[in-house]
Design a protein around this ligand. Sequence first.
Ligand SMILES: O=C(O)C(=O)C[C@@H](O)[C@H](O)[C@H](O)COP(=O)(O)O
Length: 373
Amino acid sequence: MEQIVHVPLEGRAYDVVIGPGLLQTVGTRIAPFLTRPRVAVLTDETVADLHLETLRQGLRSAGIDMVSLALPAGESTKGWPQFTRAVEWLLEQKVERNDVVVAFGGGVIGDLAGFAASVLRRGVRFVQIPTSLLAQVDSSVGGKTGINAPQGKNLIGAFHQPTLVLADTEVLGSLTPRDFLAGYGEVVKYGMLGDAEFFAWLEDMGPKLASGDMAARVEAVARSVQMKADIVVRDETEQGDRALLNLGHTFGHALEAATGYSDRLLHGEGVAIGCALAFELSARLGLCSQEDPSRVRAHLKAMGMKTDLSDIAGTLPDAQTLLDLMGQDKKVVDGQLRFILARSIGDAFVTAEVPKAAVLAVLQDALADCSGA
Ligand SMILES: O=C(O)C(=O)C[C@@H](O)[C@H](O)[C@H](O)COP(=O)(O)O
């Protein structure tokens, strides 16, 4: 059942291994990359409680020692205070230039640990062992690492590719349904942005994925990772095509900022709502048919996911404030926002040709639905 996606970046190629039960054999998989039998693991408290012992045993069986630091779980960890704590801990542990840091957790841990590895002694290697669906299909692959700033999401960071990614799909069984579905937002994004056939497969197989079908999970993770790898290899530092992976994120990041990176809205939930809004905007601009946003929303809803602004608890700022929050997006060029829009499901493109008035109108209508007006 195991699948391997190779990411053929010149001089920094690596494998993404996908399948159940990888934690048990982690030691033999990591050993070829070590110059001494010791790794430093960054994780979060939830993942540590559930899986750290299995990881320790998997390493031990290959004679590898580990030291670990568990940070609080949640998006609010992804900022300077916990980042500083992680880097200073790695230094206290005397992690050397040739050592390997292991990021063991979801997107927050992967991004923070990867960024820590990128600056530690001017750069050490790191291995991603993603434990959430979101991290397995998205954030563990491609080398975007970083933390959030008060001004916006992921505004501080570096491109730093992992040396190896081990995506143990059995671990997904310990996710809450909410966390699983948040990750599913990133899976379905791949279908929407570049593979209509994958989107249709997900319409059919989504419920099986959610209910734990392992073969379907491995297939969905592998197809997602393969799509991401292909794009990253074409455009590692997001000069062009890589921005396609940001479908739904311009809206999503603004919503995450507006909700204070809190439990009100998980990253993947923001992306799902953002994708629905991006398709709505595309339809209003006459770029895709009105059936496309309806089909997108129908699938997200059928999966029980957040789809509309009204699905976010509490009050949201007005449309202009959300638009202002989008101004910090990393895709802004010369002060001009760029959006990922779509000609149809499976055919997204990057454009700066988006009238602000159209974006405002989409947000205003979505907010109006919220208040029941
Ligand atoms: O890898 C990428 O490139 C992506 O855009 C994938 C996104 O799903 C991911 O959330 C990424 O971290 C967002 O990047 P950002 O540059 O918009 O912060």
